[in-house]
Design a protein around this ligand. Structure first.
Ligand code: HGY
Ligand code: MN
Ligand code: MN
Length: 417
């Protein structure tokens, strides 16, 4: 079949769903989610499965020094940079079956569909799996796509440690995914990422496809509050230097800063740890994480300034020492209009309801967009819930998303072959 025009191919919805359910067994949790933290043995298991599936399709598979996996399907013009898709196979500790996984497995389904149709694309096509998108075991998120995009340094990434002191470099070595290819050497002519929305908009509007035009920026912080341990029974309230009470005030201040920048701003404290906790000791040291997100970098600057002002005020009034350490500055993203148009054309070709939208979550595509024309495809998830074992998406919506991914890539290949 010639590829002068973009063919009206569709994916095999049942095969995609069966593949999603099959890999969901790797790290399955009793509540129906997946706990498959990056660079663990479970991550290795699903990576090995993915590589084997791609090789069985005749793909050439390469792995770079950050463990990013690239599976290449040959096209007519083999010397041209591929049109790529993909996402991530790692999950949150309370992860679901679809976050990231849908984007990788839909990419595999795209290759399976082309292979079954005996369709030769102009350019090579590629599916990718990005290491440590979640940033849960090793902060920050999108670590490997960040190195790929030149936003983060390889040595910095290798040195990131988990709570037990294991480093990314050691764990890549241990699971056999510290590849030879230089990070960043792999070029894409374009990149498309399918992902669940992870928010409530598409479901609330009964819309099947999100045509993603932008991604919001993020700022991540590690904070430490130091007061003074002392006896819970003998220390009068006015004499206390209670690190947890100070932390609690700052947590509410973070929430208020986000509310003060409504409707788009969000602020979250996800991890709080008291050093040497004891029920009858006034907490002396508390470490916690904080993050802000907003589509505007200028607003994020203002929110960061407000956080520092509030921290200083609380520290002064309570006699505490508070440090706010900015560990990650992730700029807001505007996706490529040509790629967005390909997604729009694909959604329209199937007659799927659709709307343009901004991504609230970070994605590897947001970094890849610094290297190649990129855009994303969203589908709804039940109740907008994600990073939760109850995360759910329908058979039909997963099929629709994969169909749009397929035809967006083919449309781009038609116009850029
Ligand atoms: O945090 C994020 O935005 C992504 O889901 N890891
Ligand atoms: Mn994700
Ligand atoms: Mn996620």
């Amino acid at each position: 079949m010639s590829s002068a025009q973009s063919p009206n191919l569709s994916i095999n919805a049942q095969r995609l769903w069966d593949t999603l359910m099959e890999t969901a067994k790797i790290g399955a949790t009793p509540k129906g989610g997946i706990k498959r933290l990056t660079l663990t043995d479970l991550d290795k298991q699903v990576r090995d499965w993915f590589v084997a599936q791609c090789e069985a399709l005749g793909c050439t598979v390469s792995v770079d020094a950050m463990g990013n996996i690239f599976a290449l399907r040959a096209g007519r013009n083999g010397d041209l940079a591929p049109i790529a898709c993909g996402s991530h196979l790692d999950t949150q500790p309370t992860g679901g079956k679809f976050d990231g996984i849908l984007g990788v497995l839909a990419g595999l389904e795209v290759l399976r569909t082309l292979d079954e149709a005996g369709y030769e694309t102009n350019r090579p096509f590629m599916v990718t799996n990005w290491t440590n998108e979640e940033g849960s075991r090793f902060a920050p998120a999108m670590l490997s796509s960040g190195v790929y995009a030149g936003a983060l340094d390889l040595d910095y990434a290798y040195g990131r440690t988990d709570k037990d002191g294991a480093t990314v470099g050691e764990e890549l070595e241990r699971i056999g995914y510290k590849g030879d290819a230089l990070v960043g050497d792999q070029d894409f002519h374009a990149f498309f990422e399918l992902h669940i929305e992870q928010g409530p908009i598409l479901e609330a509007e009964d819309t099947v496809i999100g045509v993603v035009t932008d991604g919001q920026g993020q700022r991540w912080f590690n904070c430490t509050v130091v007061g003074r341990e002392s006896h819970a029974g003998t220390t009068p309230m006015p004499l206390r230097k209670d690190a947890l009470a100070g932390t609690s005030e700052l947590v509410l201040a973070i929430e208020q800063i986000a509310k003060d920048n409504a409707p788009f701003a969000v602020g979250t404290v996800g991890v709080v740890e008291i050093a040497e906790p004891s029920r009858n000791v006034i907490p002396g040291t508390v470490d916690f994480t904080a993050e802000f997100r907003h589509p505007s970098d200028a607003v994020l600057d203002r929110m960061t300034d407000a956080l520092r002002v509030r921290a200083a005020e609380i520290a002064d009034r309570r006699g505490l020492d508070i440090t706010v350490d900015a560990i990650w500055d992730y700029a807001a993203v505007k996706f490529d209009r040509g790629c967005v148009a390909a997604v729009q054309e694909a959604a329209d070709s199937f007659g799927y309801s659709n709307r343009e939208m901004v991504s609230g979550a970070g994605h590897d595509a947001c970094y890849v967009n610094r290297r190649a024309p990129t855009s994303m495809v969203f589908i709804p998830c039940k109740d907008g819930i994600s990073h939760n074992e109850l995360e759910d998406a329908t058979f039909e919506d997963c099929a629709a998303g994969a169909n749009v991914l397929l035809r967006a890539m083919l449309a781009y290949d038609r116009d850029h072959g």
